[in-house]
Write a protein that binds this ligand. Structure first.
Ligand SMILES: *Cc1c(COP(=O)(O)O)cnc(C)c1O
Length: 708
């Protein structure tokens, strides 16, 4: 079985390797590789939404022929291709020298992956964590294979109606033009695998994404062989229909497991990124029973080689399936494992609500020896939350640890900053970017250089927002007030706050509107105004979330806010990049302790955008008193909108705004730049995906491998 190679018949021999480059997302985190495509034709690069695959297909032959004879282009091409080849051959590893068996594989399951905006298979933080994770595993040469879904309709394409209500437009992905390749069998036919448990049967076909040295397999149920209901299983991420959702999770876990078997991939260790794929464990238990083990022995065995990462303390974030639905799909399955109904269903019951159904998180917790939350605080919260599964243990004894999330530095740092850091941190700083000592050299960067770079990035952000607003105005003839609400009046000289995340109610996007009059004063201060850029999607079924969004949108349209509130539609990876590079402050106002970790603030911090955040999630570890601002009461048992908002206004009025506007003669705000530098220095290494992946290796993978 192999990935079908793409044919670009007009690609001249001299630049033939562009094909390999286009087929590996390595280009997405290597600016010089991106430049190779962009240089061919800037306009098409933009029009294809930065998709090299589509670009190579659409480019006129003359352009390709010309590039193949342009000495300057060829010089860059040779350098990039040589780096690419070195990368793929590289054996550098924190890991491979510690395992002896070549075929040992860590298998990573996730329902979503956020890799690049040309692959819209994500809803939010969980997906980006998974995407960043596999990129870093590639950089560290971890022998990992990952599996998930290809959602032809992605998550949702957001459009805000005239009255501020979120609607979603359908947008079908064109598989032939996405940077994915079909997996074919020996005869060159699309590989099709049957998923057990379904009647009528369900088949999946497979797509492959090359992520550096890691392969991501994406399952797709939208094929002729399936009946319409089954075809739709993988249509979109997180469907609201509970039965379809159960079917999705069966396909992800059990189907995914079967697929790997078909591909000949050994599941030496499995890592479940959240509980959605936990049924994969059933398939492993079944295999162990087939080898002659009893059920208990089988469970014992697979537990030792399993890692489960839980991501949310929000109860609605854990899937619970009613027992009658479980009966419908698993009846023959439990029999084949030698279990009766009660014993089987008990694997997933939550002791405090045993009648509610099969809880995927409870099941995943029971089936994995290595378990973790995603920040120190979330580790604590998870031990408390799940202690009920181990009644003979105290909270402290519950074996759920924590590994704080991190972000893939090459993906999220802006290339302009990379150039700046190359000059002052040494050209090889990226190779040792998880070493905090190296980042101390950020102090060597002259203040005005850092400030100018930041200011330039802020201008780019505002340009990009205006460009989108212009397009929407022209394409859809939206009302002028909506054009203004989407950010046309933003001013780069004004202190700019950014708030971009899912519009789940606990994230409290509207906290800063708690006292509108007070906020209007801050926005409209004649000498020291502020402006705020919002972006984010509410889940399609989350009306309270949509109401918050509507309120903010209507504030943005209100002349009282003077165009200083902007709402940018259809938040995704691209807007996130612009925002984490270009705003002055990253605002984060969740109700503690609901934010398990949060990662967008890490992306901002890395780019010199200090956090102004509630004490929750990663910021409890990140904040050191000099690298941003923290507020709120982490221990409070109830929601404190009033006191949190008061503290937020006070910080803005007394500390943040004066500091930002206190500039030297050359326009550089010295104290502010100090905070920016502290933010980069203290968070760059510590919240890198490299530090995170190394911890998973040391704490869990190596342990798990010992018991294979
Ligand atoms: C990083 C990122 C997220 C996750 O951000 P949180 O702060 O964890 O909510 C969500 N969406 C996009 C597009 C991102 O880049």
């Amino acid at each position: 079985m192999a990935a079908q190679t793409r044919l670009f018949p007009y690609l001249p021999e001299r630049i033939k390797k562009l094909e390999d480059l286009a087929e590996n997302l390595w280009w997405s985190w290597n600016p010089s590789a991106r430049m190779l495509f962009k240089m061919l034709n800037r306009q098409l690069w933009k029009e294809t939404n930065h998709n090299p695959d589509k670009m190579l297909r659409d480019l006129p032959n003359e352009i390709l022929a010309k590039a193949a004879q342009n000495p300057e282009y060829l010089r860059d091409y040779d350098v990039v291709i040589s780096r690419f080849n070195k990368y793929l051959e590289g054996a550098n590893s924190a890991f491979s020298d510690k395992i002896d068996k070549k075929e040992t594989k860590i298998v990573y399951f996730s329902a979503e992956y956020g890799l690049h905006h040309s692959l819209p298979f994500y809803a939010g933080g969980l997906g980006f964590l998974a995407g960043d994770y596999i990129k870093e595993c590639s950089d560290l040469r971890v022998p990992l294979v990952s599996i998930g879904f290809m959602y032809p309709q992605g998550y949702l394409f957001q459009k805000i109606r005239e009255d501020g209500w979120q609607e979603h437009a359908d947008q079908e992905i064109n598989r032939e033009q996405a940077p994915i390749s079909r997996v074919v069998d020996k005869k060159g036919q699309p590989l099709v695998v049957q998923v057990p448990l379904f009647d009528p049967p369900v088949f999946v076909t497979l797509w492959e994404v090359r992520v550096g040295c890691v392969t991501l397999y994406l399952m797709d149920t939208d094929i002729d062989k399936n009946d319409p209901w089954n075809r739709n299983i993988s249509a979109r991420l997180y469907t609201g229909d509970i039965e379809q959702r159960l079917r999705q999770e069966i396909v992800l876990g059990i189907g995914g497991s079967e697929v790997l078997e078909k591909l000949g991939i050994q599941k030496s260790v499995i890592h479940l990124n959240e509980g959605h794929a936990a049924f994969a464990q059933l398939d492993r238990i079944k295999d162990k029973i087939a080898e002659g083990n009893s059920f208990d022995e089988a469970v014992n065995n697979i537990r030792k080689t399993s890692v489960f990462t839980t991501h949310t303390p929000v109860p609605a974030g854990h899937d619970v399936f009613p027992f009658e639905l479980m009966d419908r799909y698993f009846q023959t399955y439990w029999q084949s494992m030698g279990l009766d109904r009660d014993r089987f269903l008990q694997l997933g019951t939550h002791p405090s609500e045993p009648q509610k159904g099969f809880n995927m998180t409870a099941f995943a917790m029971r089936m994995a020896e290595h378990k973790n939350g995603v920040s120190r605080k979330h580790g604590e919260v998870s031990r408390k939350m799940w202690q009920v599964l181990w009644p003979d243990k105290t909270e402290d004894q519950v074996s759920i640890g924590h590994i704080t999330n991190g972000v893939h530095v090459p993906t999220w740092i802006n290339p302009k900053l990379v150039l700046l850091f190359n000059r002052y941190l040494g050209t090889d700083w990226m190779e040792s970017h998880d070493d905090p000592v190296r980042w101390e050299l950020v102090d060597e960067i002259p203040d005005d250089e850092l400030w100018k770079t930041h200011y330039w990035l802020k201008t780019k952000l505002i340009d990009a927002i205006r460009e989108r607003a212009r397009k929407r105005w022209m394409d859809d003839h939206i009302s002028p007030s909506n054009v203004l609400a989407s950010g046309t009046l933003l001013d780069p000289s004004v202190l700019t706050l950014g708030f971009a995340r899912r519009f789940a109610t606990y994230k409290r996007a509207d906290l800063i509107f708690f006292d509108p009059e007070k906020l209007y004063k801050l926005l409209n201060n004649r000498w020291r105004p502020i402006q705020i850029i919002f972006a984010g999607k509410a889940h399609p079924a989350d009306d309270p979330g949509k109401l918050i969004l509507q309120r903010i949108f209507n504030e943005a349209r209100n002349p009282v806010t003077a165009g200083r509130i902007a709402f940018v539609e259809n938040y995704g990876e691209q807007i996130a990049q612009y925002m984490v590079h270009g705003v002055d402050i990253w605002l984060n106002t969740p109700v503690p302790p609901m934010e398990a970790s949060g990662t967008s603030g890490m992306k901002a911090a890395l780019n010199g955008v200090p956090n102004l955040s509630i004490k929750d999630g990663w910021w409890l570890e990140g904040y050191n008193g000099e690298n941003g601002w923290a507020f709120g009461d982490e221990l409070s048992k109830q929601r404190n909108d009033s006191s949190d908002a008061t503290e937020l206004y006070r910080l803005l009025e007394e500390k943040i705004i004066p500091m930002y506007y206190q500039t030297a003669d050359n326009g550089t705000p010295a104290q502010w730049v100090r905070i920016m530098k502290n933010s980069i220095k203290s968070n760059g290494a510590r919240f890198s995906a490299r530090r995170m992946v190394k911890e998973y290796i040391e704490n869990y993978y190596l342990e798990a491998i010992k018991s294979i």
